[in-house]
Ligand binder design. Structure first.
Ligand SMILES: Cc1cc2nc3c(=O)[nH]c(=O)nc-3n(C[C@H](O)[C@H](O)[C@H](O)COP(=O)(O)OP(=O)(O)OC[C@H]3O[C@@H](n4cnc5c(N)ncnc54)[C@H](O)[C@@H]3O)c2cc1C
Length: 447
């Protein structure tokens, strides 16, 4: 590695953050993106019929997304976030049941304990069984105990009642891991839990008060203008590899790119395509065994938001219980209903047509919020991202590649790489930061 040129393949959050962190270290960075737009799985689109710009799905940030906030600050973005250092979530049931979970205070453990004490759907027995959580976070045997286990097993082991699962664990597991506890590696769950309890403010769930376009994409493109080379609609083909070193990258348009360092920031299903079969088998142990998980968003646009509809719900997050929709997000002009990985969380989901789901969501909104009973909806739009995340099953961790691999000048980023986190923005940015750190270290060792 003589010079300092880097080609980053993939313009999602992982590629964007790798590029920014590398530029800060003095590297000359080019980002190649196969599609016409930057953002990957985090993007916004304009709906002609209503004039509204929707995100491809509601993206929630968490208080523990330290690397994401560092990335945002590096690109000069002061997010307009509805940021509350506490964890406050509302739940509704069709037929009128409504509950609030509020974990307020400086000490996360005490805050959550108080939150549970006042959380009405839980019985005294439920609350007692929650005490075992603290034990889990503090015990260093946890890692050994959890190896090869899924979250279903862990919740049973911790004697979490059905009530606790229904009113607390399942909604949160859907939101954070995009699937049900059965498909979640208990160790990944513990990693998230530890981060969430690390310090004051980490517990909060942050719902951006703006679109993904304005939060991530526009500031990144402005930042890139004078610092990075961004090439969209350029699809990387194959690496040419000679004795553990990439000598060039062939693009699908026939062009060849030569740089000192290459970073793959493509999703798991595109990664093997960057190699010949022989190079892939020779350099990567495990075949890719990830399963994708989808996210369904139904955008519901009322002719008019109901008169006097409580201000506190705007930009908030409401968990629905006993419904097909898992979470509702109220925006200024519309409601976004989210169904996490319905193929794993909603029985018989794929027997429903898109219009059936739209009708179900609308009736769930009306039944859970009487304020909407007589409101007319001018648009109900169904949107499914088929490969929103990967399923964080027990086996999946073994297949997550490290930043460095057997190929000397190749580094790997992406939410699916070995960050210990579920497929999230924070995992993508963390992978980008790790890439920049590893590249810098390797580069210095050559000097
Ligand atoms: C509906 C939805 C809701 C979500 N909600 C949340 C949430 O609430 N909170 C959260 O933290 N995360 C959420 N996520 C997950 C988050 O969006 C992803 O984890 C993150 O965007 C992944 O970024 P990435 O850069 O790793 O991958 P990607 O975004 O997939 O980027 C990879 C890029 O590589 C490009 N590419 C592929 N092959 C090539 C090639 N050969 N040449 C050039 N380019 C190539 C692709 O076009 C793509 O742009 C959600 C995702 C979805 C879809």
């Amino acid at each position: 590695m003589g010079g300092n040129s880097v080609t980053v393949i993939g313009g999602g959050i992982a590629g964007m953050s790798t590029a920014v962190f590398l530029f800060r270290e003095g590297f000359d960075v080019t980002v190649l993106e196969a599609t016409h737009k930057i953002g990957g799985r985090a993007y916004s689109f304009h709906d002609e019929e209503t004039g509204i710009t929707f995100d491809n799905g509601q993206h929630i940030l968490a208080g523990w997304y330290d690397n994401t906030f560092e990335f945002l600050s590096a690109i000069g973005k002061k997010p307009r976030l509805r940021s509350n250092p506490n964890l406050e979530v509302y739940f509704r049931e069709p037929g009128g049941g409504h509950y609030e979970f509020k974990a307020r205070g400086d000490n996360p453990f005490i805050a959550v304990a108080k939150g549970f004490l006042d959380y009405h759907p839980l019985t005294l027995k439920d609350k007692y069984h929650l005490l075992s959580l603290r034990e889990l976070i503090e015990l260093d045997i946890a890692e050994r105990l959890l190896k090869g286990r899924n979250l279903d097993w862990l919740l049973e082991h911790l004697k979490q009642t059905d009530n606790l699962k229904k009113y607390f664990w399942e909604p949160f597991v859907y939101a954070v891991f995009n699937t049900s506890p059965k498909y979640v590696d208990a160790s990944i769950f513990l990693n998230v839990l530890v981060k969430a309890f690390e310090k004051y403010g980490n517990l909060s769930l942050i719902i951006p008060d703006e679109t993904l376009e304005s939060l991530f994409i526009e500031p990144f493109l402005q930042y890139a203008e004078k610092r990075l080379t961004i090439r969209t609609s350029i699809k990387a083909g194959r690496f040419v590899i000679n004795e553990k070193t990439i000598t060039e990258l062939e693009l699908e348009n026939g062009e060849k790119i030569v740089s000192d360092i290459y970073v793959s920031a493509v999703p798991f299903h595109n990664f093997p395509d960057l190699f010949s079969e022989k190079d892939y088998e020779g350099n990567f142990n495990a075949p890719q065994q990830f399963e994708p998980a989808s996210i369904v968003s139904v955008f519901v646009v009322p002719e008019k938001m109901p008169e006097g509809f409580s201000d506190r719900f705007y930009h908030g997050m409401i968990g629905l219980l006993d419904t097909k929709s898992h979470w509702l997000f109220f925006k200024k002009d519309y409601i976004c209903a989210v169904i996490s990985a319905p193929e794993y969380t909603v029985e018989g989901y794929d027997n429903f047509g898109n219009e059936d789901i739209c009708d179900i969501v609308v009736s769930e909104i009306r039944e859970s919020f009487p304020e909407f009973r007589d409101v007319k909806f001018k648009r109900v739009k169904y949107f499914r991202e088929k490969r929103a995340t990967f399923l964080p099953t027990v086996d999946s961790g073994l297949n997550r590649p490290d930043t460095e691999c057997r190929i000397d000048n190749l580094f790997i980023a992406g939410d699916w790489t070995n960050t210990g986190l579920p497929a999230t923005i924070e995992s993508a940015v963390t992978s980008g930061k790790k890439c920049a750190e590893h590249i810098k270290r390797k580069f210095e060792s050559y000097e």
